[in-house]
Design a protein around this ligand. Structure first.
Ligand code: XMP
Length: 217
């Protein structure tokens, strides 16, 4: 545990395996602090073992973004499979409540990262209304990370003011938030997908983003 400390860019690999491997290879030589996020698209195409494969290719920390959302027993099985494959952290929906979050913490196998709100307009229907309660619960349970969208920077600040773990912030690039803004408001990891894996030069795109995270651009 602890591999996800520090500010950096987390690259979401929601692409083909071939492209994901190219991106990982490019990141190995890139200047900056990077980590990887494996979500359902890659997992469903290649099974959870895609995490083991990516771990063999680099030392970069890997988060499994299964957006786990089930009862504690089933959520634990899902998380265990991801940790067994080499994930350093797993992402779980905060709306599942304390028992599911506690069950993942009790596994003691890696970081537990909780979604507190989302970036898409539909998040206003339900998620956004319970943001403060979810953050309170996640802080009480001493989770490792909290996901807060880059499109709502004041919410990043809210979490930063009361949470000593790390903040992950998606929604930079294609979804509209500017690189560097989440970091300015206290995020540790800016999550970016298409703007890196669809870039002609993913190494350059990732490095430029990292400089924004440091406030150098
Ligand atoms: P793009 O291509 O938009 O990819 O840079 C973004 C990545 O982040 C995930 N994502 C979210 N995850 N809360 C989350 O927990 C959100 O609000 C959110 N918005 C985007 C998305 O799954 C993709 O991997």
């Amino acid at each position: 545990m602890g591999k996800l400390k520090g500010k950096g860019v987390m690259v979401a690999l929601d692409t083909s395996l071939e492209r994901a491997v190219q991106v990982v290879d490019a990141l190995k030589n890139a200047k900056g602090h990077f980590s990887l996020k494996v979500g359902r698209p890659l997992e469903m195409k290649h099974t959870i073992h895609v995490i083991s494969l990516l771990k063999q290719k680099s030392d970069l920390p890997v988060v499994y973004d299964g957006k786990i959302a089930d009862i504690p027993h089933i959520s634990s099985i899902i998380a265990q499979l991801a940790f067994d494959a080499g994930a350093d952290g797993v992402i779980v929906h905060g709306f599942c409540g304390s028992d599911t979050l506690s069950a993942l913490k009790e596994l003691g196998l890696g970081d537990v990262i909780v979604v507190a709100d989302m970036s898409h307009p539909g998040s206003q229907d339900f998620y956004a209304k319970h943001f403060h309660e979810i953050v309170d619960r996640a802080v009480q349970l001493d989770v490792d990370g909290i996901v807060v969208p880059a499109t709502k920077p004041e919410r990043i600040q809210f979490v930063r003011d009361r949470f000593s773990g790390y903040i992950l912030s998606p929604g930079v690039g294609v979804q509209g938030a500017k690189p560097g803004v989440p970091s300015n408001y206290g995020a540790d990891w800016e999550i970016v997908g298409r703007a890196v894996y669809d870039a002609e030069d993913p190494k350059r795109a990732a490095e430029e983003h990292y400089r924004c995270v440091l406030g150098e651009r």
